[in-house]
Design a protein around this ligand. Sequence first.
Ligand code: GDP
Length: 424
Amino acid sequence: MVKAVVGANWGDEGKGKITDMLAKEADIIIRYQGGANAGHTIVNSYGKFALHTLPSGVFYDHTTSIIGNGVALNIPLLFKEIQSIVEKGVPTPKILVSDRAQIVMPYHILFDQYEEERLGKNSFGSTKSGIAPFYSDKYAKIGFQVSELFDEEHLQKKVESVVEQKNIILEYLYHKPTLNVEELMKTLLEYREMVAPYVEDVSLFLDKAIKEGKTILLEGQLGTLKDPDHGIYPMVTSSSTLAAYGAIGAGIPPYEIKQIITVCKAYSSAVGAGAFVSEIFGEEADELRRRGGDGGEYGATTGRPRRMGWFDCVASKYGCRMQGTTDVAFTVLDVLGYLDEIPVCIGYEIDGKVTTDFPVTHLLEKAKPVFEVLPGWKCDIRGIKKYEDLPENCRRYIEFIEERIGYPITMISNGPGREDIVYR
Ligand code: GDP
C-alpha cells in the first residue's frame, strides 16, 4: 500500500509532522522530489530536528528511508544530516539512495547565487541551494547520476566536458572564478565515499516491497502552488510537487498510490516572491507569524520570516484537486485560538468578477481576496483527542473550509507533536 503525503499550498503546511506520525505504521518512507532547499521541522522524543534531505521517517528504527531518483541529492548535506541525528541519540537509520538520483554539484550552488545576484531585484527569492541549476542540468542532460561516481574513467571525461561549458559562463556571464577539473574530481571521489554505503537499485527494491505488501509513504516537499506546471509559474520550484510525480521520482507504478493525504495549514504562509492573494501585513501578520507553527513561521532552511495570510479556499481547493486528494490533513489549527474573529478567503475578484477557481499567473496577480469572517473559539485546543470535544466555533471553521475546498478533512493537527492529532 503506497500513500503520499503532499502539500496543498506553498509548502510549510506541516507535512513533516504528518509523515512522521504516519511513519509509525509504515515500512518505507521515500523522498521523491526537491532537494535541500526546503525543510521539515519535526518534534519528537529525541528533540527538535530540521530535516532537509532525509525523509521524516528516520526517527523510527523499523523504517527504511529512501532518497529517490527524483531528488536533487546534496551528498555532503545528507552525510552531515545523518551524523547530526545520530549524535542526538537517534538509532542509526537504514537509508537507501537511488543509484539514479542526480547529484547537486558544488557549482550548482554557486550558479544559483550568481544568477540571483545577476537578477537583482527581479530575483526568484531562491534559497540558493543549487536546485534550479541542478534541474536545468538534469534536463539539459549534463547532470551526474550517483551511479556515475563509480566509473572513474567515464566520470573524468564527463567532468572535463561539463567544466569547459561551465567555465565559459562563469567567465563571460558572471565574471567569477572558473572551475578546476582536478579539484572537482577530488570532491566527487569524496562524495563517492560518503554515499557508497547507501546506494541501491531503488525501483527494484520497491517493486519487491510492494509485492510483499509493505506500507510505503511518499513524502512530498513544498506544495501544489510551487509545482512547475500547475503552480504559480515562474515563482515555483524546479521539480514537480504533485503526488503523481511520486511514481516517477521513486520509480513505482502510478496505480500503486492508493491514498493521497494533502496537508493544508489552518492559515497561509509562503516564502519567496509571487502572488499571494490572502496575504496580510503589519502587526496582524507579525502576530500570526510569531504564534505560528512551533516557535514561529520562519524558514527551516534559511530562517527568513515567512509571508503570512488567512486561509485561502480558492488556492486550497485547487491545491487539493491537483494532488488527487483522498484525505485532507488540516494542521496548526491550535495557533488560531487567540483570534476573536478569523477571516477566510472564499473567492478571488479578478477584473470585477468573483471566482472560486484558481487562475493562471497573470490573472492571479490581479486577484483581490474576498473574505468571509468566522467567529474564533478563543481557547487552547491542544490536547483534545476527539472531534466532538473541539469547541463549536472551531468545528464550524473546519466544516466551513471542508465544504468550500470539497475534500474530506479526516485529520486535524492541534499541536506539533506526534500525538497531537484528532481523527475524524
Ligand atoms: P513542512 O515543510 O510542510 O513539513 O512544514 P514545516 O516543518 O516548515 O512547518 C510546520 C511547522 O509547524 C513545524 O515547526 C511543526 O513542528 C509545526 N507544526 C506542525 N503541525 C502543527 C500543529 O498542528 N500545531 C502547531 N502549533 N505546530 C505544528
